[in-house]
Write a protein that binds this ligand. Structure first.
Ligand code: ARG
Length: 469
């Protein structure tokens, strides 16, 4: 980026130079410029300007020949930027003025007609909405990809038991597939949040001009339609000055990042040697420079950590917006970096999670062994007492608790107790009780809707794979 004013910016700014005799101080220029980051929106800026120019010509506001030149000139500028041949200039402040100045440089006077009936305020609001909308569409596809990866693995492990936890203490056996499908449900809601936000975002600010609308006979329906918006925004003040669409995006990002972070945390725990539930390949682990045995799940840790910057982005932009009187204020230029950063962190986290889910190898024998440890089938025993002996559940809970204590004292699990041990606590217990104490019997019995029975899990995995196909 060049810091020396060239002929486009000499003396004073070409966009408002009429009123200004001198240029800005260096620090003014530095704090004011957004070109360092808003250049990311160049595609959206060009699209928006092309739609605007075409509409101006159609409405007889500018000559058709000028609009043609503008459209073509903008396309050529797009090619320059794409090829890395565009000289971004800090003195021209932002992407809007960089492109407009270049347009006039390329096509002459006609370029100066582009900004008729428009302000940078509606322009930036439009560009940013288009950018966020594109980001939503990309992220939505990425979330669907993670869901597909999870559902595929869930289908394969629908019947493989693992310990289910509450408080990270062994609770009841579940299947590995069931556990993975829990995340599929979360991610489906994340997609829902994106879709909701997209619906509300999809109104076009273009034509709101600076804040009050314009006296030119513009066709806002036409520009809205050309840019794929559902309709023009109905209030010009609101159109240029709210950033709730960006906040909804960040809120959706923060919630989704939280989901990804929980899965990442589980992967970290599962990979830890004392757990040893899953193994990540060399592709998703790193070594230690001193400890030769190490295989660190850095990608999972970083997904967990990226949540911090996404949350920060949400809180940051909420804070920028909270005290602003209507309509536009330059504070709003601070809306972009947090959104760009959060979108990048979210996309990278999704890619890393998709990669790890496809990469990891569960140790099914170990998962099965731990599924039965820690008296995980105690609830099954209590349920048997209720079902077969008609004990009230509270009583059954108590009897089972005493049996667990007995087993613990003896150093065996529940299935390791003898019938005589059982009958010492409740004389009516029969040999049949042992049939519910295996993890297989336990998970198979959880047939209630949404439960972990392998048949349920297989059905849910198949349903998701069909939805995501
Ligand atoms: N770069 C500015 C932004 O991102 C564009 C809008 C500037 N508008 C103005 N009235 N100075 O917010």
């Amino acid at each position: 980026m060049s810091d020396t004013p060239d002929r486009r910016t000499a003396d004073a700014n070409m966009q408002w130079g009429g009123r200004f005799a001198a240029g800005p101080s260096a620090v003014m220029q530095e704090i004011n410029a957004s070109i360092g980051f808003d250049r990311k929106m160049w595609r959206q800026d060009i699209r928006g300007s092309q739609a605007h120019a075409a509409m101006l010509a159609r409405m007889g506001i500018i000559p058709a020949a000028d609009a043609d030149n503008i459209g073509r000139g903008l396309a050529e500028i797009g090619a320059e930027i794409a090829a890395g041949r565009f000289a971004f200039d800090t003195a021209l402040e932002d992407i809007h003025m960089n492109i407009e100045a270049r347009l006039t440089e390329r096509i002459g006077e006609a370029g100066k007609r582009l900004h008729t009936g428009r302000s940078r305020n509606d322009q930036v609001a439009t560009d940013f909405r288009l950018w966020v909308r594109d980001a939503i569409d990309g992220l939505d596809a990425q979330i669907a990809d993670v869901m597909r990866a999870l559902a595929t693995r869930a289908a394969a492990h629908a019947a493989d038991p693992m310990p289910g936890f509450t408080h990270l203490q062994t609770a009841q056996p579940v299947t590995f597939g069931h556990h993975l499908l829990a995340y599929v449900e979360m991610l489906a809601r994340d997609r829902g949040r994106l879709a909701d936000g997209r619906r509300r975002l999809n109104e076009c600010p273009l034509g709101a001009a600076a804040l009050a609308g314009t006296s030119f006979p513009i066709d806002r329906d036409a520009t809205a339609a050309a840019l794929g918006f559902d309709r023009p925004a109905a209030n010009s003040l609101d159109a240029v000055s709210d950033r709730d669409f960006a906040l909804e995006f960040l809120a959706a990002a923060a919630i989704s990042a939280m989901h990804l972070s929980r899965l990442a945390e589980e992967i970290v725990i599962w990979c830890s040697a004392p757990f040893g539930f899953v193994r990540l390949s060399d592709a998703f682990t790193t070594g230690s420079s001193i400890m030769p045995q190490k295989r660190n799940p850095d990608a999972a840790e970083l997904v967990r950590a990226k949540t911090g910057r996404v949350n920060g982005a949400l809180v940051g932009l909420l804070t920028v917006m909270k005290g602003l009187p209507l309509a536009y204020a330059k504070d709003m230029q601070e809306d972009k970096e947090p959104v760009f950063d959060a979108a990048e962190a979210w996309a990278l986290s999704l890619a890393a999670i998709a990669g790890m889910v496809r990469d990891m190898t569960p140790d099914t024998a170990r998962l099965r062994a731990f599924a039965g440890s820690g008296f995980a089938t105690a609830t099954d025993l209590a349920d048997w007492l209720v079902r077969v002996l008609q004990l009230p559940f509270r009583t059954a809970h108590h009897v089972t608790g005493r049996l667990v204590a007995r087993a613990e004292a003896r150093g065996v699990d529940l299935a390791g107790l003898t019938l005589a041990d059982m009958q010492a606590e409740e004389p009516r217990i029969t040999e049949d009780v042992f049939s519910v104490l295996t993890v297989e019997a336990s998970v198979a019995s959880r047939t209630s809707y949404g439960g972990t029975a392998p048949a349920n899990v297989a059905r849910q995995a198949a349903r998701w794979l069909a939805v995501l196909a």
